[in-house]
Write a protein that binds this ligand. Structure first.
Ligand code: PCA
Length: 345
């Protein structure tokens, strides 16, 4: 290998004048050195771990894997992101703190899980506030600058955010109105879904997606609100025969990175990450729409009835949604009002 040593000046005293020929030769050698002997920083490879709580086949995870592959490709392998699905590295509620403290450089979080920390994280978990992909995008546009600011204060950076498909009601028993949910064992995944359970008189138990299958199989829970995607991930058609397509809200996942880890990258690598993140966000929203139809179809194929909610169930749940919105607005204060106003404008 050519080393800088090979072009060290000759040991004889430096001449004060050089012939143009010598200068050309030296310049040629110097350029060889810069071309062929990369400095350690140019050669270095950075490795990130990205923790997520959802299985490999889930559309969010597929989007993350494509994101990691694109970063690998566009940085010429300078940044390698290893994706750890299935809550294998950290459990869902631990991922945010793990990324903050450097336990993993990056991770995927469910924003509504952190509503008690800061109400704005929970804005996309309020039933019937933003209940279509169009409305969810509008809410995201209003929420995004606030999210970016808060995450930056926490030493984090938002890379991109993608919604789960609209949330409907799974139940082992037929449900004609909210009254049928009284006393039922209710799986919650967030403060808001636990509150919904309380308001309908069910018995809420918080269970992460990775444990849902087991919880239904063993009878720990018998109903929940979630997406077709999570129902399919957890093979819920094996335990539950009804899904009421309420389309109540679209909670978002966010892929975040430790700010110091991002700042340590060189500029072209940072640009490549941001570019891949923007592309992933767009792909992710499309994948979510597709997952909504595909997974409900697959659950149907597995024997689950995919039903429209009765008018009574729908209006009962809308009332619950209004209560949640009022409670949220009270907690979120002027910031919350500003967000809802911007969303509704
Ligand atoms: N699936 C996740 C969150 C929302 C969703 O659709 C879950 O049930 O935990």
């Amino acid at each position: 290998m050519l080393t800088p040593h090979a072009v060290c000046p000759p040991s004889e005293p430096r001449r004060t004048t050089s012939t143009p020929k010598t200068l050309t030769a030296l310049a040629a050698l110097a350029s060889l050195v810069t071309l062929n002997v990369p400095t350690p920083s140019a050669q270095a490879q950075t490795k990130w771990d990205l923790a997520t709580a959802y299985p490999a086949g889930n559309f969010h995870t597929v989007t993350i894997n494509e994101f990691a592959a694109e970063v690998d490709r566009t940085t010429g392998g300078k940044l390698k992101i290893t994706v750890h699905p299935n809550a294998a590295l950290f459990k869902a509620p631990e991922i945010k703190r793990a990324v903050q403290t450097g336990g993993a450089q990056a991770g995927e979080i469910l924003l509504v899980n952190f509503q008690n920390e800061w109400p704005i994280f929970g804005a996309d978990g309020i039933p019937f506030l933003a209940d279509s992909y169009e409305a969810a995008m509008k809410l995201y546009r209003a929420q995004k600058p606030m999210l970016e600011k808060k995450l930056a204060e926490q030493g984090l950076m938002l890379l991109y955010s993608v919604p789960w498909p609209p949330q409907g009601l799974y139940s082992k028993r037929p449900i004609d109105s909210a009254a049928d949910l009284k006393g039922i064992k209710w799986r919650a995944y967030s403060p808001a879904t636990a509150r919904i359970g309380e308001l309908v008189g069910a018995q809420p138990v918080t269970i992460q997606a990775a444990e849902v299958s087991q919880a239904f199989a063993t009878g720990v829970v018998e109903s929940m609100m979630s997406s077709g995607a999570t129902g399919w991930d957890t093979k819920l058609h094996e335990h539950v025969k009804q899904y009421y397509d309420l389309q109540a809200w679209l909670p978002k996942n966010a892929v975040i990175v430790n700010k110091r880890a991002f700042d340590a990258l060189d500029r072209p690598t940072q640009d490549a990450v941001l570019k891949a993140a923007a592309a992933a966000e767009q792909r992710g929203w499309d994948a979510s729409r597709r997952a909504n139809t595909d997974t409900l179809d697959k659950l149907k194929g597995g024997g689950m009835a995919i039903l429209p909610p009765s008018a009574a169930l729908k209006s009962d749940m809308q009332k619950v949604g209004q209560t949640l919105l009022n409670e949220w607005l009270e907690k979120a204060g002027p910031e919350g009002k500003q967000l809802v106003d911007a969303f509704r404008r």
